[in-house]
Design a protein around this ligand. Structure first.
Ligand code: DQA
Length: 143
């Protein structure tokens, strides 16, 4: 099984950015945690991060052959019809993840252009949000 983890804008600033919302671990520590968990589960995992909406769209368009995508689109979650359309154009299923509990934050974070087309949404468990998504795909129950 191969899984692609896509992180959007400002997720590369983890560790320096609003630790009250996003925790203390760095972006590279986050990737290492996911990589270690994937290895334990025998899953191949690739990573992509960009601050640019178009680059994320390009990445999604080429990701159709993955068994699953774990996507934290950052602020684009709340704004991007282009990312939604790209996700609708490929076969691979995705789980929307957020480090913070977006529903406990500003009202503009309560709406997502992605949630209704996701397998599911995991928000508020910091880095564990990604590990939960990985485990969900590993168990194969979404198929
Ligand atoms: C986020 C939540 C978004 O609202 C925010 O814009 C982010 C990070 C999260 O992981 O909690 O950049 O996606």
């Amino acid at each position: 099984m191969n899984i692609l983890v896509i992180n959007g804008p400002n997720i590369n600033m983890l560790g320096q950015r609003e630790p009250g919302h996003y925790g203390d671990i760095s972006f590279y520590e986050l990737e290492d945690l996911i990589r270690d968990e994937a290895a334990k589960q025998g899953i191949e995992v690739d990573f992509f991060q960009s601050n640019s909406e178009g680059a994320i769209v390009d990445c999604i368009q080429q990701a159709g052959s993955y068994d699953g995508i774990i996507l934290n689109a950052g602020a684009y979650t709340h704004t991007s019809i282009a990312i939604r359309d790209a996700l609708l154009s490929i076969k691979a299923k995705f789980i929307e993840v957020h480090l913070s509990n977006v529903f406990a934050r500003e009202p503009f974070r309560h709406h997502s252009y992605l949630s209704d087309i996701a397998v599911g949404v995991i928000a508020g468990f910091r880095e564990d949000s990604y590990l939960m998504a990985l485990n969900y795909f590993a168990n194969g129950v979404w198929q």
